[in-house]
Ligand binder design. Structure first.
Ligand code: URA
Length: 456
């Protein structure tokens, strides 16, 4: 057998730059070079930009996903004795469904090993939100992760240093080089981490609309189908739901305030401003319970999840997971007392009319710049920063009525987010038409066909 010719990064950059397709060995060379530091950062950045501009073929996306998955250690859920199912969202504003879904699916008999991320671009991060609970540890070892899963059925943690190291490098680089919004790169980034967690099944919440990384319906549909086909080819049962990110999900967007809203729902309350969050969480949990073999249909899974919300069992499970990870749940006894933002300002409606449109990406940047997100990787975030919305899309508001309450680290940080919110929110004389919360659903039955027909 002849020895394969040595590979050189410069050749792979030029190949992608010129619109050619890389083979599996070439893709693995790049992923391994990112993981072990043997390829210089500037060459990885150049290749990412070429991939962003030229796009990745289906084969390249699959190869990158697998190579990244295999670039470090992996978790095996075999000893949990249950079907392991996770949910992952492509990123949004006010997206806190994980805090409801993880305990809902866990109490219905599914194991939920959830490896989550931090804020990326304008979107919030599950880990940053959880770390607003005093003592909560997100950086568990894989053996501690397994212990929490055996005890509670769900655990939400960060990537370990050696789990998917290729993504750690690519993710940070993409955030700094304007190469986040690429279907192939997003697919490989998300799925490599999910597949490294050894999942049996996966429910994907693919955001669409003004706050999504890919705003256009057809791009979100392509990403959804791409992720389903890629994960199924790797042996994980996967479904993707296209969901609306044309406004923040629920009432709160920030860190601590998102946990407060979630726990309110887990306590069985149903504030009108949180109804979309409740509904989406039940739909996604219903799919997880179904794919986890605990309900015959997603609808039956929804009904089981709704019962677990009503009887308080999901709340008990969430609190036990927090305690198992070192968190102090007593802060939920007086959530308002714990909430200590440096500065607060109420934004009043500047005219009367209907909230017709929300540019959710701008709203996301406003949340980050209040102190809830970071300018540079590694910076601390303010647990108390964020925005509570008093009025949501479609609401009738009168001039002078509160629209949103902003919480900032300091008064000096309020001006830019207020200006962003005023640009982001359109008040109109006519009521907007209703946008469905969930759009198309992709499964292994329709994903490949969609990819074949999609014009790209
Ligand atoms: N979330 C990820 O983990 N990766 C992406 O590229 C985008 C969202």
């Amino acid at each position: 057998m002849s020895t394969p010719a040595p590979l050189h990064t410069i050749d792979l950059i030029r190949k992608k730059r010129d619109g050619l397709t890389l083979d599996d060995r070439e893709i693995a060379f790049l992923a391994n070079g990112a993981a072990d530091g043997s390829i210089p950062i500037e060459q990885l950045a150049a290749w990412l930009m070429a991939a962003w501009i030229r796009g990745l073929s289906l084969g390249e996306t699959r190869a990158l996903t697998i190579a990244m998955r295999d670039s470090g250690e992996k978790f095996s859920p075999a000893r949990l004795g249950k079907v392991a199912v996770d949910k992952h969202s492509t990123g949004g504003v006010g997206d806190k469904t994980s805090f409801l879904i993880a305990p809902l699916a866990a109490v219905c008999g599914v194991a939920v090993p959830m490896i989550s991320g931090r804020a990326l671009g304008h979107t919030g991060g599950t880990l940053d939100k959880l770390e607003s609970i005093p003592g909560y540890r997100t950086a568990l070892t894989l053996s501690e992760f397994e212990t929490v899963l055996l005890k509670c059925g769900a655990s939400i943690v960060s990537q370990t240093p050696s789990l998917v190291p290729a993504d750690r490098v690519f993710y940070a680089l993409r955030d700094r080089t304007g190469t986040v919004e690429s279907p192939g790169l997003i697919c490989a980034s998300i799925l490599s981490k999910k597949l490294a967690a050894g999942l049996d099944a996966l429910v994907l919440d693919v955001k669409t609309g003004s706050g999504a990384f890919l705003r256009k319906q057809e791009d979100s549909q392509y990403l959804a189908a791409l992720m389903v086909a890629t994960a199924e080819a790797a042996g994980t049962r996967t479904v993707a739901l296209l969901t609306d990110m044309g406004q923040p999900l629920g009432r709160a967007a920030g860190n601590w305030i998102e946990l407060v809203e979630s726990v309110e729902l887990l306590r069985g309350h149903r504030p009108a401003q949180s109804e979309d969050l409740r509904e989406l969480s039940l739909i996604l949990a219903g799919w997880m319970i179904h794919l986890g073999g605990q309900a015959a249909t997603p609808e039956a899974g929804y009904a089981r999840a709704e019962a677990a919300l009503g009887d308080g069992s999901a709340l008990g499970n969430f609190f036990s997971m927090i305690e198992a990870q070192g968190g102090d749940v007593s802060v939920f006894n007086d959530p308002a007392g714990f909430h200590k933002p440096g500065a607060t300002e109420v934004l009043l409606a500047w005219e009367s009319g209907y909230i017709a449109e929300m540019d959710t990406t701008k709203i996301g940047w406003a949340v980050q710049r209040l102190g809830a997100g970071r300018e540079k990787a590694g910076e601390p975030v303010d647990p108390h920063a964020g925005i509570d919305f008093n009025a949501r899309r479609g609401a009738r508001v009168e001039q002078g009525q509160p629209i949103a309450t902003l919480y900032a680290t300091s008064a000096a940080l309020l001006a830019e987010p207020i200006a962003l919110l005023k640009e982001a929110i359109l008040i109109s004389k006519t009521a907007p038409s209703k946008v469905p919360l969930v759009g198309r659903i992709f499964t292994r039955e329709n994903a490949e066909a969609h990819l074949r027909d999609a014009v790209r």
